[in-house]
Design a protein around this ligand. Sequence first.
Ligand SMILES: Cc1ncc(COP(=O)(O)O)c(C=O)c1O
Length: 399
Amino acid sequence: MNEPVMRPIERLRAERSSIKWRRYAPDVLPLFVAEMDFDLPQAVTDAVARALAAGDTGYLDGPGALAPAFADFAKRSWGWQVDPARVHLATDVTVGIVESLRLLLPPAGGRVVLTPPVYAPFFEMVGEAHAEVVEVPLREASGWGLDLEGIERAFAAGADALVLCNPQNPTGRCHSRQTLESLARLAARHDVPILSDEVHAPLAHPGAGFTPFAPLAEAVGARSVTVTSASKAWNLAALKCAWVVAADERTNAELRRLPEEAAARTSLLGLHASIAALDSIPWRDAVLRRIVANVELLASELAEHVPEARLVRPDAGYLVWLDLRATGLGEDPAQLLREEGRVAFNSGLTFGTGGAGFVRVNVACAPSTIVEAVGRIARVVDARRAAVRRGERREAVAS
Ligand SMILES: Cc1ncc(COP(=O)(O)O)c(C=O)c1O
């Protein structure tokens, strides 16, 4: 398979009813929320259709065939040996993180380290677990890497957990093995559990070197859980099936205390779809080729039409962190671009500290959508520039 199937944008708008296609007016080009514009792998639609035809639409009480399917995928992809007995179900990644936090944090809640700019709902999840956020921002100057010294200070000051985003959303960074090894050692030394959200990992770009956190944690005696799903890499968010993997036996004993209902709240259709997805590697590879080409297209279009924009090239996934601080569009370019340019990106501000002046661009779409989006950015930036020049001329005449 060379290209993922992409329907024309008018058809997507007519046939899809998710946030991406319904939140804003039809003249707003949507490159926000993490959904892909590609058709699903045939094996996934077949698996769901088979289950529907058989009336296989009841409840789940455990991961069943999904656990060995993920173990096989993890071994083939990253050499990570997953014990299927350590795989537990959750409705989605978000619920998996909240439920894991509830089990691993002290009863009064405690403090959870987040590393912004980071996936915005993490802030809410910590609140849902009745805990407080401790921010240790990424270091922009070192390529948006983790601030290990800041994390160590937070651990020494009594933090109770850290939620890691690996690969990081919105910067698309795969944290390096060396950094993750250091984090694992810090976690072991201070006995702070690490919850690693690895939902974007199956879309690591060729040569980017994604490292799963769990084996590193287990090697040094740190506690850790990995939360993941097929919801991003195979675009299955609506099917509500994720899994939580304990890195070590101590954490697995905690995860066995997950409410029995956690499995029943997970979709059986999602489970069938996820098993089929984990086996749909040619589709994933075709999507990756399109994403990598789209990142390059975005970079070249920006270089030509909005040269002040600076793009952070992602190591994984289809979300691109775009620095618009030099364009004069202010702290929240996403709002201006939506209102004046009729193009929607995620606002950098929603990702927390470090997000002002940035937008997050979703490139899981047709190349023509990217060309059109950059054209719309350029029109807004040019209009602003012209307005500033007119203002300067008026000031010069008046003085
Ligand atoms: C880092 C990260 N975690 C979790 C999610 C949401 O996953 P789910 O829909 O399975 O809760 C997303 C969605 O974009 C994400 O980027």
